[in-house]
Design a protein around this ligand. Structure first.
Ligand SMILES: [Zn+2]
Length: 321
């Protein structure tokens, strides 16, 4: 797995916003990839009026909501972010793109996100007969991705996030509807959850999904705002979590791709991304930074265990969790 990047992703910007070009500049000089403009893929999820709305908003510097801005380049940049997600899906690589996508629903741009890059790539895979396990460990709940795939079993959406936190969704009883019933799994971690909770939970769940769901492809909404030094949230994860989950995925699945979501401490973001990719590529010897693994306090672990019990009940035992 390697990075897919292009300088065009630096051109979406606003004053004093955490989702800023410096997030990618922090990676240093990166090789640029040839990426197609992904505009033609938008219709996999969006209708014409929504696409026009974002295109028009992007003629000016506007705020679509309190968190979500556009400038005159945003529409074009967002289309290239979609192109990067499709390329990542084709090549099993990591789209280091922005703006992020997982909060964008099928009719609303929100939470720094214009179009839902990874959801479009998952839909594109579905159209090619592929069943997708969409693992979203950005530490905000990916309400947009959940919403888009709420009624289907062709994408199994699993989110591991802090709760309570923005956008307020992602409780254990949101399990999907109709054909999609049980194909949304929300794992809400209490604030101050640490590496032990994150790693233990995913190491239990990933083999179950492999055995029971048998996905063709794993799509990762890779957000790194759960890192203990991230300014937006109160989780206590370190690069160990991202390395371990990369290793777990590559030892269980063949096709894995990822798209960047959040992660707002620009100093630690490149380390987190590289730890994940080294996990996927099984290159521990190249890890140049070591952080001590973190442990959750007893009351945090107790609260988490009780939420997991509720999760099992909400899914009526469908998954052997
Ligand atoms: Zn986030």
């Amino acid at each position: 797995m390697h990075l897919i990047y292009n300088k065009i992703f630096l051109e979406h910007k606003a004053d004093k916003h955490p989702e800023r070009p410096e997030r990618l500049l922090a990676f240093g000089e990166l090789e640029q990839s040839e990426i197609e403009n992904g505009e033609k893929y938008l219709k996999l999820i969006y209708d014409d009026s929504h696409i026009e709305k974002i295109k028009n908003a992007s003629k000016n510097e506007t705020n679509l909501d309190a968190d979500t801005y556009t400038n005159e380049k945003s529409y074009e940049v967002a289309c290239y972010a979609v192109g990067a997600a499709i390329k990542a899906a084709k090549e099993n690589n990591f789209a280091l793109c922005r703006p992020p996508g997982h909060h964008a629903t099928s009719n609303k741009a929100m939470g720094f996100c214009l179009f839902n890059n990874i959801a479009i790539a998952c839909k594109w895979l579905n159209e090619r007969g592929k069943k997708v396990f969409l693992l979203d460990w950005d530490s905000h709940h990916g309400n947009g991705s959940q919403d888009i795939f709420y009624n289907t079993d062709k994408v199994l959406y699993v989110s591991v996030h802090q709760f309570p936190a923005y956008p307020g969704t992602g409780w254990v009883n949101e399990v999907g509807e109709g054909k999609g019933k049980y194909f949304t799994i929300n794992i809400p971690m209490p604030p101050y959850s640490s590496d032990d909770i994150f790693i233990d939970t995913l190491s239990k769940i990933i083999p179950i999904i492999k055995q029971q769901y048998k996905p063709d492809v794993v799509a990762v909404s890779a957000g790194f705002d759960g890192h203990k030094d991230d300014p937006l949230l109160q989780l206590n994860l370190t690069t160990n979590s991202y390395y371990e989950v990369g290793k777990m995925l590559s030892s269980n699945f063949k096709n894995i791709f990822a798209c960047l979501e959040g992660g707002y401490n620009i100093e630690v973001l490149p380390r987190c991304v590289s730890a994940f990719m080294m996990g996927v590529n099984s290159e521990k010897s190249k890890l140049e930074f070591k952080e001590p693994r973190t442990t959750s306090a007893a009351n945090v672990q107790r609260e988490f265990d009780s939420r997991m019990q509720n999760l099992r009940l909400s899914h009526d035992g469908y998954w052997n969790l």
